[in-house]
Design a protein around this ligand. Structure first.
Ligand SMILES: [Zn+2]
Length: 145
């Protein structure tokens, strides 16, 4: 058995995140911005592997749960592990949506919508490429399946 990923919360100041992230990564993960649709570098990525939090490297999504929703952002039917992601109600921009955040570092990832494939979970986890760091299979130490 591979060892379980550490659940130690990661807390850094805005200044420190700014130093570690690109301006786009910072705007999305620490300020809740959304990258323009159909622009993310991982949108059309079909390689097998693990999608990690760009801020703290927590494993968030597996490639086997990624699907092409046509919405313009990488879409998944479920997180790699339920406890990897925290959801909460987001009432910004006059809409009621479910926001998805990294449970470890509270990075904003995207939103969850109830219009995913019914043959899977029925959920669409609509996630910004800028919030993710993709590791192809065979790289990394604490792979989850
Ligand atoms: Zn994180």
């Amino acid at each position: 058995m591979a060892s379980r990923p550490k659940r130690t919360p990661v807390r850094r100041s805005a200044r420190e995140w700014k130093r570690r992230l690109t301006p786009e990564q910072f705007a999305v993960t620490r300020r809740g911005a959304t990258e323009p649709p159909f622009t993310g570098r991982l949108l059309r990525n079909h390689d097998r592997g693990l999608y990690r939090c760009v801020c703290c490297e927590a494993p968030l999504f597996g490639s086997s749960d990624k699907y092409d929703s046509g919405c313009g952002w990488p879409s998944f039917t479920r997180p790699a592990e339920a406890e990897a992601i925290r959801t909460s109600e987001d009432r910004s921009f006059g809409m009621i949506r479910t926001e998805a955040k990294c449970a470890r570092c509270e990075a904003h990832l995207g939103h969850v919508f109830p219009d995913g494939p019914v043959e899977a979970t029925g959920d669409r986890w609509c996630i910004n490429s800028a919030a993710l760091d993709f590791r192809p299979d065979g790289e990394g130490d604490d792979d989850v399946h």
